[in-house]
Design a protein around this ligand. Structure first.
Ligand code: LRH
Ligand code: MN
Length: 424
């Protein structure tokens, strides 16, 4: 879809302007004693997994406004991620959702992904919808369901998702449960928790020894009185009872307003039980909006905890994934902007002077602690992110390149206006 030579030509027009800004920034960072080459490599190597369910227009219950040219099968989804990765050299992984994206031909899909330098990150199970071949309904839950036969079917589904992942080379299963209640008295909290734990144990025992089980929490929706796994504490309780291969997945949108998410991240890293992320942003609920589009300072503070945690704890390697849903924007433009926001937040967190911060914290010098962080946040690190991507053959401005190359127009020409992608 995207000819790398067109990306080269696109960059040539912008190189001089980039080098001016990059020259100024790298000099000022060097002046502060920052190891610029080390940061360039950390930012350049950093890959974010693209959700297979966010390459189309999910819409809301009130309406869906598709752009056209959506990928209606897994091959086209991998190809679209290939376009993103060609432009930003930062989207080298996909997170599949089963059964929305069951590969028809493992070898063909792996070959295509390999050609596009795309790896398979965590696979996601789905026991929040009834599939046509379901024997039982998940209306009243799945792993927590009062009926053992329903739990058995949900457990079997998760085992099958693991098997699909093993075929693809994935190393993690993400479990998010819609299980809960919408009316007080509808179910017994302790019973639901215990049934969920027992079900997860059977799934855990099916994990290959080098796999992770990522337990995703969410305070509400689609249940509106209680969720069986509403918060990080419950997710961690389950993960700690299951074993070392189980950890907590933090979806940024799964927090009640004003929750201190960076504190949750730091504590889970402190106990080596942070498994990964679903990056997005939100104003009110689980809005699944562009990363860093509403709370960029929170995203920066989260990465400050991640940078310190990755240097000072032995938390296992994390799964870096986006979880988004689109209705007003071109899905691929939104994903390009989200990946860029993540890299900008990470780069800002990497230029923080943590020694100065620790000294100020030791003196209870609050103003200095604040300014150490704000100095980094107020530094325009975009030239550094662009340089890292440019050095790997990507576009100096992935969104502008995407438009310049008329990608959406070409997709509509080949797939039509009405092609619909599976997912949310
Ligand atoms: C639930 C969730 C979960 C996915 C779904 C697509 O809100 O964040 O991660 O399974 O979105
Ligand atoms: Mn999620």
């Amino acid at each position: 879809m995207v000819d790398p030579n067109r990306v080269k030509a696109f960059n040539e027009e912008r190189l001089l302007d980039h080098q001016t800004h990059w020259g100024f920034l790298s000099e000022s960072l060097n002046h502060k004693g920052i190891d610029v080459d080390k940061i360039l490599n950390e930012i350049g190597d950093f890959q974010v997994a693209i959700p297979s369910w966010a390459l189309g227009t999910g819409g809301t219950r009130f309406g869906r406004f598709p752009e056209g040219g959506e990928p209606s099968n897994l091959v086209d989804k991998i190809k679209d991620i290939g376009v993103l990765h060609t432009l930003n050299k930062s989207s080298g992984a996909v997170s599949l959702h089963i059964p929305w994206d069951i590969p028809k031909d493992y070898t063909a899909i792996k070959t295509l992904a390999n050609e596009l330098d795309i790896k398979f990150d965590a696979v996601n199970s789905n026991t929040f919808q009834d599939q046509s071949n379901n024997i039982h309904s998940y209306k009243f839950g799945s792993l927590s369901h009062i009926d053992a036969e329903v739990r058995k079917e949900a457990i079997q589904h998760n085992k099958e998702v693991i098997n699909h992942g093993v075929e693809l080379g994935s190393k993690a299963l993400t479990v998010w449960l819609a299980d809960g209640s919408s009316f007080a008295g509808q179910h017994n909290f302790r019973g639901a928790f215990q049934r969920t734990l027992d079900s997860l144990k059977e799934i855990y025992d099916h994990l290959p020894s080098d796999w992770k089980l990522l337990i995703e929490y969410k305070p509400y929706e689609p249940n509106f009185y209680s969720m069986v796994i509403p918060d990080w504490g419950t997710s961690h309780l389950l993960a700690s009872k299951l074993g070392d291969q189980a950890s907590t997945l933090v979806d940024l949108g799964h927090h009640l307003p004003n929750t201190n998410v960076e504190q949750i991240v730091s504590l889970l890293m402190h106990i080596n039980k942070l498994g990964g992320f679903h990056f997005n942003d939100s104003k009110y609920g689980d809005d699944d909006l562009t990363v860093g589009g509403i709370k960029p300072y929170q995203l920066f503070l989260i990465f400050c905890e991640l940078v310190q945690g990755m240097r000072e704890t032995s938390n296992p390697e994390l799964s870096w994934m986006i979880d988004a849903s689109h209705n007003l924007k071109d899905p691929m433009e939104d994903l390009l902007q989200s990946v860029e926001s993540i890299k900008i937040a990470y780069a800002r967190a990497l230029i923080v002077d943590y020694n100065l911060l620790k000294d100020a914290q030791a003196q209870n010098d609050v103003a200095t602690s604040q300014s150490v962080l704000q100095d980094a946040f107020r530094t325009d690190v975009r030239p550094l992110v662009k340089e890292a991507i440019y050095q790997r053959g990507g576009a100096l401005d992935s969104l502008a390149a995407y438009r310049d190359l008329n990608v959406r127009k070409k997709l509509i020409a080949t797939r039509g206006l009405d092609s619909k992608s599976s997912g949310l």
